[in-house]
Ligand binder design. Structure first.
Ligand SMILES: CCc1cc2c(cc1OS(N)(=O)=O)CC[C@@H]1[C@@H]2CC[C@]2(C)[C@@H](O)CC[C@@H]12
Ligand SMILES: [Zn+2]
Length: 262
């Protein structure tokens, strides 16, 4: 594990080679979830998740990951409940992954790393009028995270995997519709939650993280297609494969991770 950990650190994306410490950050993400220190909170509500496939719009390679973007002008796709006070609208989802199946996730559980991690990014539509505003506020965002492990093929994911070659280069966008992200959620309702930040610039401390305990399974070949994407745009001479797009872990500081299960 230590050698893989060391190797993983050396392969870090240039964006993170010099870990970007957010100035004065005391609630940065990602973190390791240390099970012994997490606290069961019986007051945590069940998560209420409602997604409407008709709000799905496009896939965009932004040069760091690929984002599946949703129309967030209504509450058709939203989450509430869990640790959340308000309702949060789905804006986009994306993934983080490694160059191999040994590492790739941003969060870890008792230092166990997964080959990839899904993030469904939502913003507080009860308090703010648009995403760009909410990312600056401390209760502005809710990110639902799901770990991926390599196993059997994920039928629901294949439609997304088949669309990826169309956004191989940075700044490419392709229409992508009628995709319901519910198919990527584990059936088990158990989750951890803590207050943190975005893991990419602007790294704002505006995120209520909700991390599902159970991973979903995707096949080796499906994950290999993620790695066929490029960080670089079509006009750059050096083509760099999009891998290891995860941020180094950040200090827990004065935070407690709560669990919805005992
Ligand atoms: C894929 C990683 C990524 C990209 C973005 C966010 C969040 C992202 O991942 S993460 N892990 O949730 O922090 C939130 C801010 C978003 C940005 C994508 C580009 C923007 C939408 C900008 O246009 C304005 C706000 C930006
Ligand atoms: Zn992310």
């Amino acid at each position: 594990a230590t050698c893989a950990y060391k190797l993983r650190h050396e392969q870090m994306h240039p964006l993170w080679q010099t870990p970007v410490e957010a100035p004065g950050g005391n609630r940065q993400s990602p973190i390791n979830i240390h099970l012994r220190d997490s606290i069961f909170d019986p007051t945590l509500q069940p998560l209420s998740i409602r997604y409407d496939a008709r709000t799905c719009r496009q896939i965009w390679n932004n040069g760091y990951s690929f984002l599946v973007e949703y129309d967030d002008s209504t509450n058709k796709s939203r989450i509430c409940g869990g640790p959340l006070v308000d309702h949060y609208r789905l804006s986009q989802f994306h993934f983080h992954w490694g160059e191999n199946n040994l590492w790739g996730s941003e969060h870890t559980v008792d230092s166990k790393v997964y080959p990839a991690e899904l993030h469904l990014v939502h913003w507080n539509a009860a308090k703010y009028t648009k995403f760009e505003e909410a990312i600056m506020e401390n209760n502005g965002l809710a990110v639902l995270a799901v770990f991926l492990k390599v196993g059997k093929r994920h039928e629901g994911l294949q439609k997304l995997v088949d669309a990826l070659p169309a956004v191989r280069h940075k700044d490419s966008v392709v229409e992508f519709t009628n995709f319901d992200p519910t198919c990527m959620l584990p059936t088990c309702p158990d989750y951890w939650t803590y207050e943190g930040s975005l893991t990419t610039p602007p790294l704002t401390e505006s995120v209520s993280w909700i991390i599902k305990k159970r991973p979903i399974e995707v096949s080796h070949d499906q994950l290999a297609v993620f790695r066929s994407l490029l960080f670089t745009s079509a006009d750059e001479q050096e083509q760099k494969s999009m891998v290891n797009n995860f941020r180094p872990q950040q200090p827990l500081m004065n935070r407690t991770v709560r669990s919805s299960f005992s």
